[in-house]
Design a protein around this ligand. Structure first.
Ligand code: NIG
Ligand code: FE
Length: 419
């Protein structure tokens, strides 16, 4: 008998996400969950030793700890590849203003939105930011997120951007969630540079990017490319400088208007383009050709009351790898729950439950270039998994707005148990 630290056994459905060709799942493969009935997982030293039918696993392994998942569903921990989780204060007043009829862009133009978060983040200490971020990260974990990306972008001056990066780094050290940092110094034009956007871009390129790169904290650089923020040309310049400084690239593109940001980013070799509500056929073709992951944020469309969602079916049919994320932030998406995001991906993006789950696990991992480590249940990969208190995966989006997580295992340790 081989020894295991943990055996998870008798899952009614074990979703391995380990079928199909290598890389992210595309096209008709997106719905392939790799379901093992009466499935089991053996875990040792933080890694997955074996995955298979319970009978075969119990035949081969002796486990110190046994978790019975009878009547339940087991899947990889969720990967949330787009959040703004380190922020200074909530903006519930803007939620009310939108209900009363103002739009997100109107609020931003009037000095609210991102710029109001910027004013407050500059006043906050790193400890203040951590104090606010920790409960969100904990809640994300309790809702099944075991890997999360976090962006800067509420500092918009060198010292405050670096302060945010350090806070993100500290969250990474604290664990247990894996944290991936993204530098987003070009998230908006701050108050003091209104009317002097060119000078702000120069500051981003010549001061912020080199100093952020020097810290080594962030793997990615992102830009908010939108008609009222940074144009395609400006975004290209910023991403080009970031690439030269050693960053991998991401972009916020086509959230409101189809100005061509996704196509530009794909041509620069970006790992992902995110939002894409208004993406056109040319953008879709460029992303397919480059293999750029589409990170769709249905919670944002929902929360902004947009009645318009990204053309996910078109993206899937074109062969673009599709992932989903919460976009957790105080302005446009105040929820840490990937389970809620999966429901909204079904209702708004018209992904099937199986497709939405693949977009939240395996494909989301590829949006962070972590697909060889997390997002699947496969021998040798990190032992990040969830026991969900549902009899099959279709119940996950269907029974919505509640938490189905029973147990969270992160790197082979039980880090959360419900009740
Ligand atoms: O992804 N679109 C830009 N950035 C965020 C919103 C940030 C905010 O409003 O604070 C987003 O939706
Ligand atoms: Fe965002």
């Amino acid at each position: 008998m081989e020894r295991a630290d943990i055996l998870v056994i008798h899952a009614a459905e074990l979703l391995t996400l380990d079928e199909g060709p290598d890389g992210p799942l595309r096209g008709a493969d997106l719905g392939r969950l790799g379901i093992v009935p009466d499935g089991a997982v053996a875990i040792r030293d933080g890694r997955i030793q074996a995955v298979g039918p319970t009978e075969a696993i119990l035949h081969r392994f002796q486990g110190r700890v046994r978790i019975s998942a009878a009547g339940r569903t087991v899947c990889p921990g969720f990967v949330d590849p787009h959040t703004h989780l380190v922020y200074p204060a909530m903006r519930q007043d803007e939620f009310r203003m939108r209900i009363e009829g103002m739009s997100y862009v109107d609020i931003a133009k009037a000095g609210g939105g991102i710029r109001s978060s910027v004013r407050r983040l500059r006043q906050a200490s790193k400890e203040d930011l951590l104090h606010r971020a920790r409960p969100h990260l904990r809640r994300a974990l309790e809702h099944g997120t075991t890997t999360v990306e976090i962006k800067t972008g509420y500092g918009l001056e060198t010292a405050s951007e670096l302060k945010t990066l350090e806070a993100i780094e500290e969250l990474r050290w604290e664990g247990p969630c894996d944290v991936v940092a993204t530098f987003l110094g070009a998230h908006e034009v701050p108050d003091e540079y209104q009317g002097r956007k060119r000078e702000f871009i120069d500051l981003v390129i010549h001061e912020m990017i080199p100093q952020a790169a020097e810290t080594g904290i962030a793997r990615f650089c992102d830009v908010f490319c939108e008609a009222h923020v940074f144009t395609v040309e400006e975004s290209r310049e910023i991403l080009f400088a970031a690439r030269n400084a050693g960053f991998r690239l991401k972009i916020h593109a086509e959230e409101f208007e189809p100005i061509g940001g996704a196509r530009m980013a794909a041509e620069l070799g970006a790992v992902s383009a995110d939002h894409l509500v208004a993406i056109d056929d040319e953008g879709i073709a460029a992303m397919r050709d480059a293999g750029t992951v589409a990170v769709l944020l249905p919670g944002t469309s929902f929360f902004l009351g947009m009645h318009r969602f990204a053309p996910a079916r078109k993206l899937v049919e074109a062969g673009v790898p599709v992932a989903i994320a919460t976009d957790f932030n105080p302005g446009s998406a105040m929820s840490e729950s990937m389970q809620m995001t999966i429901t909204l991906a079904c209702l708004g993006l018209r992904l099937t439950p199986a497709e939405a789950i693949a977009a939240a696990t395996r494909n989301a991992a590829y949006a962070l270039e972590a697909g060889d480590r997390v997002g699947r249940l496969r021998e040798g990969m990190q032992a990040d998994l969830l026991v969900l208190d549902i009899p099959d995966h279709e119940v996950l989006p269907y029974h919505f707005g509640v938490n189905h997580v029973q147990t969270v295992v992160k790197k082979g340790r039980i880090v959360h148990q419900a009740g």
